[in-house]
Design a protein. Structure first.
Length: 355
């Protein structure tokens, strides 16, 4: 072999070797293409979706969401209304999520990204499943990326994982998927509140006219004084922007020893609520506080305010709207709200001087 041919052979060998060196190592990844949509085709059917299930570690179902007419309901919460805003954000993010970078397809490394199968008791991610007829693969939503934006995910039918360009908001608490709003009656609307305790004790506050700044506590014992106007006025705001911690069919609870709260508004709306404390089942558990309520009309207010038929109809419609939302349900509420709603006379008065 001539020196010229030998030199050419060495040059070709060098090029081939260099080419092999710069090739990426095989990863075994499949069905992941960088810069593509995570779920191609989802955007075209997102408005027609009618079923979604979220499952956490140990195959524990967080919630199954199903569309019923114009509403979404949560099956595991006795088919109570789901929170559309939380669901909408998730569906929007999933339909628009794009793959930024392909990641490992080795199951041994899934836990580093939080995309292991949720059958594992230690799984960090959440499995998001769609109805079979959608053709959409389930998604394991894993950890948020460190030091960069985005989140790690894996299609459940694929070995490959990926980094996407957004973060999927997937609350782990079932209550976070429920429509949180119970009722919203602002203090400015209220003219009277009465609380009747199981032992018969009554606490009542009233405001004679809208010009009055503070509510008056009725039937103050002789020689006693109100602790503060603020504490009395606070009783009128107990139904302002009231949100649930959990929900249950009301028939599953006992209401025999309930405290009763009645609240009247200037436009003739009357809210009647019952409140109970449920003792903890275990020493390590906390007591729970539940309420149920219904709306009606305070006819005396309608007759005396001199309003129009139209405004009376608006009050009736408001009562009906409240009842359509709350009828048949009991709501677990925060302990501080329960305390505010069940105050006793002594709670609102200055302490007696020590003898």
């Amino acid at each position: 072999m001539s020196r010229k041919h030998f030199s050419w052979l060495l040059f070709v060998t060098f090029l081939v070797g260099a080419f092999v060196l710069i090739l990426p190592e095989p990863t075994g990844q499949d069905e992941v293409s960088e810069s593509g949509l995570l779920l191609p085709g989802m955007a075209d059917q997102v408005n027609e979706l009618d079923w979604l299930r979220l499952t956490a570690a140990g195959n524990q179902i967080i919630v199954t969401l199903q569309r019923k007419g114009d509403l979404w309901i949560a099956e595991e919460a006795s088919s109570y209304r789901a929170d559309w805003e939380t669901l909408r954000k998730l569906l929007s993010a999933l339909s628009q999520a794009r793959i930024v970078e392909a990641k490992t397809a080795n199951p041994e490394y899934y836990d580093r990204l939080g995309v292991e199968d949720v059958s594992s008791e230690s799984a960090a991610g959440v499995l998001i499943e769609f109805a079979a007829d959608t053709g959409l693969p389930a998604v394991v939503a894993g950890n948020g990326a460190r030091g960069r934006s985005g989140q790690y995910v894996r299609l459940a039918d694929s070995a490959a994982s990926a980094l996407i360009d957004t973060v999927l908001e997937v609350p782990l608490e079932r209550s976070s998927w429920l429509d949180p709003s119970i009722i919203d009656i602002s203090e400015a609307e209220v003219v009277e509140v009465e609380v009747i305790h199981p032992d018969g004790e009554k606490v009542a506050i009233t405001k004679v006219s809208a010009e009055e700044e503070d509510f008056q506590l009725l039937d103050i014992p002789a020689g006693r004084e109100v602790k503060s106007n603020w504490s009395v006025n606070a009783l009128a705001s107990v139904l302002a922007d009231l949100s649930l911690d959990s929900v249950s069919p009301q028939d599953k609870l006992g209401w025999e020893n309930a405290s009763r709260l009645s609240l009247l508004t200037a436009d003739g709306l009357q809210i009647n609520a019952e409140l109970i404390e449920v003792a903890a089942a275990e020493e390590t558990d906390d007591a729970e506080f539940w309420m149920r309520l219904e709306a009606g009309l305070y006819t005396t207010a309608l007759e005396t305010r001199g309003g129009s038929q139209e405004s009376d109809d608006e009050t009736r419609q408001r009562a009906e709207t409240i009842n359509n939302r709350t009828r048949g349900w009991a709501y677990r509420i925060p302990g501080y709200k329960f305390t505010s709603m069940t105050q006793r006379m002594e709670d609102l008065l200055k302490a007696l001087p020590e003898s």
